[in-house]
Design a protein around this ligand. Structure first.
Ligand code: FES
Ligand code: FES
Length: 177
């Protein structure tokens, strides 16, 4: 059990906390949090998973996107207590010990990033898309990523990266069949 206060701030006397358990990247984490704490701050400061970026804090940019029970959510818009009993995946959970996730590989192959600030959110949203639609059109990719903004404006290559990953995942599934 970790006290978030150990890592983020000195406990404020009199402020109530709540103990929550969240499965983060496959690992059960139990922490005491203030009810007002955002999920993005729990991940970044409490659990040191700084791949979850914060760009706007207003649900606009998608830099803070994580998968919540497999669905993309903006973690700057959720309270940490809402994640109690749920599963969260961050960009740190995408690769296995020995290889990148095909979406990560796609971003590498097709140069889908410039500064990289939007990239974790873009990749997690793309992963969720490909899990529900293994054969997306370019329009499907653009629609799925419409809540994720790239301030470097590298959208063309981001879309190519996701289509590259889709093709690779289909080929791998064909091999497994
Ligand atoms: S930081 Fe959450 S949407 Fe921008
Ligand atoms: S690569 Fe810079 S914000 Fe997208």
């Amino acid at each position: 059990m970790t006290s978030l206060y150990d890592e983020v701030q000195t406990p404020t006397e009199g402020v109530p906390t709540r103990r929550i358990t969240v499965v983060v990247n496959g690992e059960k984490r139990t922490v005491d949090v203030e009810p007002r704490l955002l999920l993005a701050h729990l991940l970044r400061q409490g659990l040191q998973l700084t791949g979850t970026h914060i760009g706007c804090d207003t649900t606009s940019c998608g830099a803070c996107t994580v998968l919540f029970d497999g669905r993309p959510v903006k973690s700057c818009t959720m309270l940490a207590v809402q994640a109690d009993g749920h599963e969260v995946e961050t960009v740190e959970g995408m690769a296995s010990a020995s290889e990148l996730h095909p979406v990560q590989e796609g971003f590498k192959q097709e140069h889908g990033l410039q500064c990289g600030y939007c990239t974790p959110g873009m990749m997690l949203t793309s992963k969720a898309l490909l899990e529900r639609n293994p054969n997306p059109t370019e329009d499907d990719v653009r629609w799925a990523l419409s809540g994720n903004l790239c301030r470097c404006t590298g959208y063309q290559n981001i879309v190519k990266s996701v289509l590259w990953a889709a093709e690779k995942m289909r080929a791998e599934q064909g091999e497994d069949a």
